[in-house]
Design a protein around this ligand. Structure first.
Ligand SMILES: [Zn+2]
Ligand SMILES: [Zn+2]
Length: 229
């Protein structure tokens, strides 16, 4: 079976990874071609082809929003900046070290990847609104899996991109990488479980297409139990 982008809503597509790559969301809004997370970059040729199937391509990408900077999400930025000039957006807690040349938090070394220096122009914070014309996204800072992990609410769609903070089936992101924090993760999951949304698009595993809030609540309960909070 071939990997394809699944249409979630008008102009919003979701690619579930079958490899080490993170999942990838593609959104088109007017002249903006946006990727949320990019995978490791190892499958960039395939990604280009999948994008072409939905009327875009590597070189058409104008914006890349990263839910956090682990190598399985940020690695794919490299071939994208080589074939175009996308603006990269990342929470300031992870953007600042990267802009200062410190790539440690990406775990690239740990996974034997070679990540060149990057310039992050879009510095995100809690409450930042990413305005892509018809599509607007609101940033929620949800640390725990990493220092600068974010969730993105696509306004007026009921869709929440949850990165590696919330996964389906009562799962959630691990907290044992540098910058991980059990307590912060539990509060982030609590916060997500109190938000209003229908669909959840996680950084790994399948989309939560129905009743994503129920899923969020299950993950919050599970994390509380696991971390004894
Ligand atoms: Zn990940
Ligand atoms: Zn991660």
């Amino acid at each position: 079976m071939i990997n394809v982008f699944d249409k979630i809503a008008d102009s919003i597509y979701f690619l579930v990874s079958r490899s080490m790559d993170s999942n990838i969301t593609f959104i088109q809004s007017g002249d903006h071609h946006i990727l949320v997370d990019t995978g490791t970059g190892m499958n960039y040729a395939a990604l280009d082809k999948y994008l072409q199937n939905i009327g875009s391509s590597h070189s058409s990408i104008t914006d890349i929003v990263l839910t956090h900077s682990h190598i399985d999400h940020i690695g794919g930025v490299i071939p994208l900046v080589e074939s175009g000039s996308p603006k990269i957006h990342l929470h300031k807690a992870e953007a600042e070290p990267i802009n200062n040349g410190n790539m440690n938090q990406t775990l690239a070394d740990t996974f034997g990847a070679d990540l060149p220096p990057l310039n992050i122009e879009g510095i995100l914070e809690e409450g930042t609104i990413l305005d892509f014309g018809d599509i607007k996204m609101k940033v929620y800072h949800t640390p725990g899996h990493s220092l600068g992990s974010i969730c993105l609410m696509i306004l007026d769609t009921g869709i929440l991109i949850t990165g590696d903070t919330l996964f389906p089936g009562g799962s959630f992101g691990r907290t044992d990488f540098p910058g991980g924090d059990d307590r912060a993760l539990v509060s982030s999951l609590k916060r997500i479980s109190e938000m209003t949304f229908e669909v959840g698009l996680p950084g790994h595993m399948n989309a939560m297409k129905f009743n994503a809030k129920k899923s969020a609540h299950a993950s919050y309960q599970m994390a509380k139990t696991m971390f004894r909070m």
